[in-house]
Design a protein around this ligand. Structure first.
Ligand SMILES: Cc1cc2nc3c(=O)[nH]c(=O)nc-3n(C[C@H](O)[C@H](O)[C@H](O)COP(=O)(O)OP(=O)(O)OC[C@H]3O[C@@H](n4cnc5c(N)ncnc54)[C@H](O)[C@@H]3O)c2cc1C
Length: 219
């Protein structure tokens, strides 16, 4: 028998879990179909850095928002735990990249991120065991740290479930069906699923999953 949903998310890594959380929060009846178990892909191997230092402003802005709205406010925003540990974060670069580091930090400060360039001496005062022979300056983010990637994922999934979502594990999507130029559902080794929205959150398997819908990457 075909099961019908408003949205199907393929993959229960942190991306699929977060997408399902937000879809369910908006009232969509959502199913997450996972080939193995939640966080069994790249997510489960992540060290879970929660930092905002990125070269690209768009990534820095995204991580700033996710830090402010989610990681430092997890229980209220998502519920449960993400395991966020506040350790602060240093970005160390070779001396020849110091100008680029200062440029990145200036961009991040414009976004609103609490970051600054500090000297090697100042860094050693904060972290007495740090070897500082190879650099004179370092970027310092006092608000950053790391989270537990698996806990983060499961927490998103639990939040999605509280809004009516379903997680189906050991369920590999084997075909994506279209009708009239639109997606219509999927076949899996646990049966047929119909939905007008199918989200490919299959991480490094995304290319293969996209090919199931006849979508090939542009060369
Ligand atoms: C707290 C945290 C901090 C992070 N910090 C950083 C950072 O500082 N820098 C950085 O670069 N990255 C960071 N990451 C990202 C991390 O390194 C990974 O890139 C990310 O977790 C990958 O998630 P994903 O959901 O895209 O892929 P995956 O975790 O690989 O999930 C994809 C899932 O799809 C499933 N799947 C595949 N094919 C099918 C199919 N046909 N049917 C059903 N299921 C299928 C797989 O089994 C897998 O579980 C962070 C992640 C977390 C959670």
């Amino acid at each position: 028998m075909t099961q019908t949903y408003d949205a199907i998310v393929i993959g229960a890594g942190v991306m699929g879990a977060s997408i399902a959380f937000h879809l369910a929060e908006r009232g969509l009846k959502t199913a997450i179909l996972e080939r193995r178990t939640a966080a069994s892909g790249a997510t489960g191997y992540s060290s879970g850095l929660v930092r905002m230092h990125y070269d690209l402003a768009v990534e820095a802005e995204l991580t700033f928002k996710s830090h402010k709205n989610y990681f430092s406010n997890w229980r209220e925003r998502v519920g449960g735990e993400c395991g966020f540990q506040h350790t602060s974060f240093l970005k160390i670069v070779k001396r020849e990249y110091e100008d680029k580091l200062r440029g990145n930090v200036a961009n991040q400060q414009r976004i609103g991120i609490n970051t600054s360039v500090i000297s090697a001496d100042e860094a050693r005062k904060l972290f007495p065991d740090l070897a500082t022979d190879d650099f004179d300056f370092v970027a310092y983010e006092p608000d950053s740290g790391y989270a537990d990637a698996t806990l983060t994922t499961n927490s998103f999934i639990d939040g999605a479930k509280r809004n009516g979502a379903t997680l189906i594990q050991n369920c590999e999507v084997t075909a994506i069906h279209t009708a009239g130029g639109r997606v219509a559902g999927v076949s899996s080794d646990k049966g047929e699923f119909a939905a007008p929205i199918v989200v490919n959150a299959a991480g490094r398997w995304a290319k293969h999953v996209a090919s199931l819908a006849g979508v090939e990457p542009r060369s």
